[in-house]
Design a protein around this ligand. Structure first.
Ligand code: FAD
Ligand code: ZN
Length: 490
């Protein structure tokens, strides 16, 4: 179907901001049912944490890359900003429109086909709107594993995972979304489709455009499809929980596990006591695994997973020798090995339920920081103490991917204090305290969730000027009209 005039993929002169004409053109591109306007769009206008409340001119749902390109050209011609959106599970406000009512949400949910699985190349080509869990299932149907795994996997999408370079619980072994991507298809700001879907593991033909788009939080282009890396499914997977006397013990246990298990160590997660208390309080059926066991206070919990392509006995011997060594040296005080798939799921459920349990406890101040693993115990004890001087009684919900040097270092209001009032009064001071300490310990202010709106000013303050200048140059080169996600990231 031919498009109306001014849609030739090139800039054609005067800007024409006319919402009604734009909506008519969008309907022409994606059909009446593909353009949503008016009330009832909360799922697209309010973020998962309910911190950002926006209003969109429209939510547009194209179903092919060609339609995405035509939507981009239409919005460009009408100088109308585009907010790409997948599962809308992002935690920094990057996928939520602002309150102006001028931005178009470009929802990728209808681009949800698995285009190909190449078992010999260990890769699959999927569209950006595929839900992560459905991609895992499609890989499993071929006896393969797509190892990206995170608590939002039932609703987040591959496009969002790549745009935020998502991490999750298996990064230690398989890397984050960037390491799991071999190629991309992207709609550019000029409304062209870049086909970079080669499934190559080696390609030294200039700048890695793929790597520019990964982690760009929707500010450089719209990802419409990706080639993902698959791995053979491990034959055996064993999970254990260890109680460690403190974070130093956890770091020592990690060293032992890395030495004894090598690449078979697929996950190493820590949880402080309050994390598990909140899970027990808010998630039915998830009592503390240490109930009835006398542990020295304040014991932290470690969840370890060992995967092996050989057999279960081999995996078990690695796990047992790791735990035995840690118990002997006093780096662990108790250990439980899951004796069934159901028990292993239950251990993982404890870890994965923490964000939900924390949300049920009330709004909190989140930090997804990374540090050299060796600096983590000192960072946590110094910063826990400093935060008490900022807000006495503030409760630390500290958990995450110790194996990657990545902690979710979250601050909850003191017991009995209204969470919203706590945030209003203390968020800037808490952030300054945490991020100063992160900087002093050589860390990063975002290991996983990205910058979005939430951390934009923090980034500006803390990233070297030269790096910010380079990032702005890239943005100007790829999106000169600031069409994609203006005000996010930069
Ligand atoms: P959205 O929220 O829709 O978008 C996120 C960003 O990507 C926005 O800036 C958006 O504009 C952009 N974007 C989305 N799709 C595209 C596209 N096709 N092209 C270009 N830009 C696009 N993150 C982790 O890294 N590790 C975790 O363990 C983790 N756990 C989580 C647990 C929970 C319970 C929740 C709610 C979130 C968690 N997240 C985690 C955060 C989040 O990054 C991931 O859920 C996910 O990667 C976001 O995918 P999405 O499809 O929901 O993206
Ligand atoms: Zn995480």
């Amino acid at each position: 179907m031919p498009e109306p005039p001014r849609s030739d993929g090139r800039g054609t002169g005067a800007i024409n901001v006319n919402p009604d004409a734009l909506l008519a053109r969008l309907r022409h591109v994606v059909g009446e049912a593909g353009v949503l306007t008016g009330p009832g769009l909360e799922a697209h206008e309010v973020d998962w944490r309910k911190r950002y409340h926006g209003r969109a001119l429209a939510v547009v749902r194209p179903s092919t890359p060609g339609e995405v390109a035509a939507v981009v050209r239409a919005c460009r011609d009408h100088a109308t900003p585009i907010v790409p959106q997948g599962g809308h599970t992002g935690l920094v406000g990057g996928g939520t429109p602002d309150a102006s009512g001028r931005q178009v949400v470009l929802h990728l949910g209808r681009l949800n086909r698995v285009r190909a699985v190449d078992e010999s190349n260990l890769s699959m080509t999927v569209e950006a709107g595929c839900v992560l869990q459905s991609v895992q299932e499609a890989a499993a149907a071929h006896g393969l594993l797509f190892p990206l795994s995170l608590a939002a996997e039932g609703s987040c999408t591959i496009g969002g995972n790549l745009a935020t370079n998502a991490g999750g619980t298996q990064v230690l072994r398989y890397g984050n979304a960037r390491e799991l991507c071999l190629g991309l298809e992207v709609v550019t700001a000029s409304g062209e489709v870049w086909d970079g879907l080669g499934g190559l593991r080696k390609d030294n033909t200039g700048y890695s455009l793929r790597d520019l788009f990964i982690g760009s939080e929707g500010t450089l282009g719209v990802i419409t499809a990706a080639v993902l890396k698959l791995v053979p499914r491990p034959r055996a997977q064993l999970t254990a929980l260890a109680a460690v006397p403190d974070l130093d013990g956890a770091v020592q246990l990690l060293r032992t596990a890395a030495a004894r298990c090598g690449p078979a160590l697929t996950a190493f997660e820590v949880m402080n006591p309050l994390s598990l208390d909140l899970v027990a309080r808010h998630v039915p059926g998830l009592a503390s695994p240490w109930r009835g066991i006398d542990l020295p206070e304040p014991a932290w919990s470690v969840l370890l997973e060992v995967s092996d392509s050989d057999d279960e006995a081999h995996a078990m011997s690695m796990l047992e020798s790791t735990l035995g060594d840690a118990l002997e040296r006093g780096n662990a005080v108790e250990a439980l090995v899951a004796d069934s798939v159901a028990r292993s799921r239950a251990f993982w459920h404890l870890r994965e339920a923490i964000p939900m349990a924390q949300a049920a406890e009330g709004l909190n101040i989140k930090h997804d920081i990374s540090l050299p693993v060796s600096r983590i115990p000192a960072f946590v004890s110094a910063t826990d103490e400093a935060l008490q001087r900022v807000s006495r009684g503030a409760r630390m919900v500290t958990f995450g991917h110790l194996g990657d040097g990545n902690l979710h270092y979250n601050v909850q209001a003191p017991e009995g204090t209204d969470p919203a009032a706590f945030l209003a009064a203390f968020e800037p001071a808490v952030n300054a305290c945490v991020y100063d300490a992160v900087e002093a310990h050589g860390g990063s202010i975002s290991a996983e969730h990205g910058i979005g709106v939430l951390k934009r000013e923090e980034l500006e303050r803390r990233k070297p000027v030269v790096a910010m200048t380079l990032m702005r140059s890239i943005k100007r080169a790829l999106d000169p009209d600031d069409l994609f996600n203006p005000g996010r990231l930069l």
